[in-house]
Design a protein around this ligand. Sequence first.
Ligand SMILES: CC(=O)N[C@H]1[C@@H](OP(=O)(O)OP(=O)(O)OC[C@H]2O[C@@H](n3ccc(=O)[nH]c3=O)[C@H](O)[C@@H]2O)O[C@H](CO)[C@@H](O)[C@@H]1O[C@H](C)C(=O)N[C@@H](C)C(=O)N[C@H](CCC(=O)O)C(=O)O
Ligand SMILES: Nc1ncnc2c1ncn2[C@@H]1O[C@H](COP(=O)(O)OP(=O)(O)OP(=O)(O)O)[C@@H](O)[C@H]1O
Ligand SMILES: N[C@H](CCC[C@H](N)C(=O)O)C(=O)O
Ligand SMILES: [Mg+2]
Length: 495
Amino acid sequence: MKLARLAEAAGIAIEGGEDIAVSGFAIDHRKVAPGTVFGAFQGSAVNGEDYISQAVAAGAVAVVAQPEATVEGAVHIAEDTPRRAFALLAAQYFTPVPKTIVAVTGTNGKTSTVEMTRQLWRMAGERAASIGTLGVTTPDESVSTGLTTPDIVTFLSNMSGLAREGVTHVAYEASSHGLSQYRNEGLPVAAAAFTNFSRDHLDYHGTMDEYFEAKMRLFDEVVDAGGTAVVWTGNSEWTAQAIERARQRELRLFTVGEQGEDIRLRARTPTQLGQELEIEHAGETRKLRLPLIGEYQVANALTAAGLAIATGTDPAAVWDGVSRLQPVRGRLERAVITATGAPVYVDYAHTPDALEAALAALRPHVEGRLLCIFGAGGDRDTGKRAPMGEVASRMADAVIVTDDNPRGEDPAAIRGQVLEGAGDNAREMADRREAIREVIESAAAKDIVLIAGKGHETGQIIGSGENMRVEPFDDVQVARECAAQISKNAWGATE
Ligand SMILES: CC(=O)N[C@H]1[C@@H](OP(=O)(O)OP(=O)(O)OC[C@H]2O[C@@H](n3ccc(=O)[nH]c3=O)[C@H](O)[C@@H]2O)O[C@H](CO)[C@@H](O)[C@@H]1O[C@H](C)C(=O)N[C@@H](C)C(=O)N[C@H](CCC(=O)O)C(=O)O
Ligand SMILES: Nc1ncnc2c1ncn2[C@@H]1O[C@H](COP(=O)(O)OP(=O)(O)OP(=O)(O)O)[C@@H](O)[C@H]1O
Ligand SMILES: N[C@H](CCC[C@H](N)C(=O)O)C(=O)O
Ligand SMILES: [Mg+2]
């Protein structure tokens, strides 16, 4: 494909390029091969512009970079927002793409919502996939990408790969990092959802307002003009602002929730294994059985239903699908029931709001004590730690603060910061496996155990840079091993 043609289709002005053939795109100079367009971006760790000459030496035919950057020996595509221009250009190269694409943003619930949207489409007979924290999930397999929002080249090539496999519907998760770094751009996005907004990632965004602005790029710029904004109507001021932004862009507004205009949640009754919902849609009231526990999953399931309906799926098939939704890996996943009969749940709550939602989800099912084990990640927003301690202490009966990916920080210092917000019912225990073992051992028949923070993760990240190592650790698996070991001991079996 010729550079000039790609640029023209992307609406980017360049001089020449008629004879230059493009054979790929890269944002890391180590991935440049002859014929590559290189995106040189200023990052938070290094400046990609420092690698331009090495990229050209490796065969880059064009470099998308700020006007001030020096490019010799290749076409300089000079743009003030090079990440955006690069995305638009690359999107012309990675084709075809699935015909129906939707995106989900919000502090919590993105992974659950994209996964449920995928399930609803699939049950309605579409070939559907999702992209997010759990990786790329297609009708045939699930492959992890490492990040919630992959880099732009991986993202676009995944999208066209999915289209080539015959996938027609994709729901992707738009994290605030991904949005602010233009990691998913350039594709037609028919509908975008906003789940909720609360504290996280202030290490990166600085203030709540800036964090919100990053998310709002989804409504302001990424979703198609004339597309749909699906908004879960929590009670927060942020929801109202998101609705206002959708109005300003003249998007079709589709609101969901207790105050929802399009899908109204009229009643919710927890049952032993799920919940009964009464909803109103298109002037009709209907009762649904959601086979998942937790109020927060109602928000995600109905937001997913909104996305499916907004993209033309038959509502009858959507409502039928809601009653058959499968649990999302690591989100209130029941790992095991202890020998005494206490269920042990694993959840990915890693913000104060999510921890509150997860504990609130379990509370109606608790007849004895609610026991909670969690930690906070290193090299991440430090200000969320004490509020997480406060929430856990307030909502659970007993709390153990342990380690969760300490990365480059001193784990004891992280635990200390969490404990600053916690009360007398909380204590610390560095070793996560030990903490899980002890709680499972002490859990009585009517207790419920929540192990929060790592969800689907399969490793404990310790150290950073060259000293970084990942020790295998899977909360679900560890809980099962501990429960099995304890029941074996209880029955007097020998090793
Ligand atoms: C802070 C952050 O988000 N960093 C991400 C970002 O890096 P950056 O653009 O700042 O890159 P940088 O490392 O400073 O390098 C600048 C540029 O130079 C290039 N480079 C760099 C070195 C070199 O030798 N040659 C070279 O060309 C890099 O490819 C890059 O284009 O872009 C990189 C490529 O896309 C990501 O790998 C990297 O994710 C890091 C590893 C990370 O930990 N990100 C986390 C915080 C993250 O993004 N999380 C969110 C999830 C949040 C949530 O779910 O709530 C996510 O979407 O995954
Ligand atoms: N709608 C919701 N409201 C409040 N909390 C939620 C909601 N959905 C999920 N949570 C909480 O957040 C955790 C993470 O959920 P999920 O993975 O779906 O969110 P996410 O937005 O993708 O998170 P991340 O930013 O890490 O990718 C859940 O395990 C649960 O504790
Ligand atoms: N995507 C989130 C996940 C955090 C999960 C938690 N286990 C941690 O490591 O903090 C982040 O990168 O902040
Ligand atoms: Mg996610």
